[in-house]
Design a protein around this ligand. Sequence first.
Ligand code: JCE
Length: 229
Amino acid sequence: MRIDAVTIFPDYFSALDLSLLGKARDKSIIEFKAHDLRDYTHDKHRTVDDTPYGGGAGMLMKPEPWGEAFDEILTPETTVIFTSPAGELFKQATAHELANEKHIVFACGRYEGIDQRVVDYAKTQSKVRMISLGDYVLNGGEVAAIAMIEAIARLIPGVIGNAESLIEESHSDGLLEYPSYTKPASWRGLDVPEVLTSGNHAAIAAWRHEQAVERTKAVRPDLLGPENR
Ligand code: JCE
């Protein structure tokens, strides 16, 4: 898979040089490049923002630099993602859908957002999705894009151990994770639940499921069907 990001802060994306994603790039499983939107301006001050028509607070990203960047980067096989609090919510299912794409371009806004015509123009060139990382406001799209890239890339075979990705599948039962413990069995007066050291695998599986259900009821009842709430 190839991933590009268009941003006025390409340095944010140096996080993707690290750890498993960095190794996947070394192995050419994923290709990634961050493009500086200011490289597509022509004025002395490399201007990317302007005041909104109709008034209102703050600045918007002007369309021309985006058009020049898109003309260089987009193809008919591209999916463009505008990270935006006004988009559909990013879910694990979204990550799975996007993990099947050949080419994703993240368009990362700043200020109060991007001129709507940039989205409309992108739709004439490529598939487009507006996606929100969650129901909160960030200062721009970069942190949302990095989170989405990590969630997508780890689903691509070879990025993490295949055994681990199969484990992930078996756990996507719509419940939160059960609590986990490692050695020592007793630590600062806190003991590992006895069932986990019992060697009774049926009892362990039943305990873990019950813990997952109780946790989910307590903090994320929205994940359960009405009959289990
Ligand atoms: C962004 C801003 C709305 C005013 C460009 C936020 C948030 N949960 C989120 N996912 N993505 C964002 C996001 C993405 C791009 C931009 N802002 C800040 N948003 C109204 C200002 C600007």
